[in-house]
Design a protein around this ligand. Structure first.
Ligand code: S5P
Length: 253
């Protein structure tokens, strides 16, 4: 109820209906794998995160039909493009082959080039008569990342003041750092957190994992889960387990 962005309310309504704060990181590299995944887990997730450029057999038509499936499953579509260029180029990168502006509700961006990137991305959606929200990377889950506390503080203070910012990416693997981020962000913007897995510890290539329930209790509004679901033997059961952990965390918080 404190959120300034209407999409945040839309997300929380879906999350409450499904009793799930899970955003699926759908990191599969074939269209068939993606369709299978959304079919299996749709009822247990509240948002869908994509990396459109890692799909081997991507076509505009197949992608359009995948996005239709996501909308049928009541999901915001979040393209994790991690834009980082100057505003004018980021606006153009919203078009191009993938035409991200036409189907994404949310995108990620680094603020390394300055706040005009948010205006550029918003102009990208505006070019096709759509609206969207930007999630700024305030923290990262990977070891050795360069987003130090003073960088995080700058991102939060600039991002909080920008109406085009939906919220922030925080590090789900470190509850103490996440709680500090929550305190700095306040209640008006979202914090979504990757780096969570029911198997806490180190993941592949420097990824780090914390427990989903602890992340929510520390202030996460949405846990971003990839391999914990898409690599599970039973993705449906895994999605349900993450949904339950996140919902219990929210109820306790
Ligand atoms: O700091 C970050 C930011 C992001 S958006 N660390 C991340 O892991 N991510 C994304 O979250 C990453 O691109 C991947 O899609 C997902 C985590 O996947 P998992 O398999 O490790 O759960």
């Amino acid at each position: 109820s404190s959120a300034t962005n209407s999409m945040a309310k839309e997300y929380m309504e879906v999350a409450c209906r499904k009793q799930s704060l899970v955003c699926l990181a759908a990191d599969r590299s074939t269209m068939a794998g993606l369709f299978e995944l959304i079919e299996a887990v749709g009822p247990h997730i509240a948002a869908l995160k994509t990396h459109v450029d890692l799909v081997d057999d991507w076509t505009p038509d197949a992608w359009a039909s995948f996005c239709t499936s996501a909308k049928k499953a009541d999901l915001l579509i979040f393209e994790d493009r991690k834009f980082a260029d100057i505003g004018g180029i980021s606006r153009k990168q919203m078009a191009g082959v993938y035409n991200i502006r036409a189907w994404s509700d949310l995108v990620t961006a680094h603020l390394i080039s300055g706040p005009d990137i948010v205006d550029g991305l918003q102009a990208g959606w505006g070019d096709v008569g759509r609206v969207g929200g930007v999630l700024l990377l305030a923290q990262m889950s990977s070891r050795g990342n360069l987003l130090n506390p003073s960088y995080t503080a700058e991102v939060v203070s600039k991002g909080k003041a920008h109406h085009g910012v939906f919220g922030f990416i925080g590090n789900g693997s470190r509850p103490t750092e996440l709680a500090a981020l929550r305190a700095a962000v306040g209640d008006a913007k979202m914090i979504w957190t990757p780096g969570v897995n029911l198997a806490v510890g180190d993941g592949e290539m420097g990824q780090r994992y914390g427990h989903p329930m602890e992340a929510v209790m520390a202030g996460s509004d949405c846990i971003i889960v990839g391999s914990g679901i898409h690599k599970a033997d039973d993705p449906t059961a895994a999605a349900k387990a993450y949904a339950d952990a996140s919902w219990n965390g929210l109820v306790q918080r």
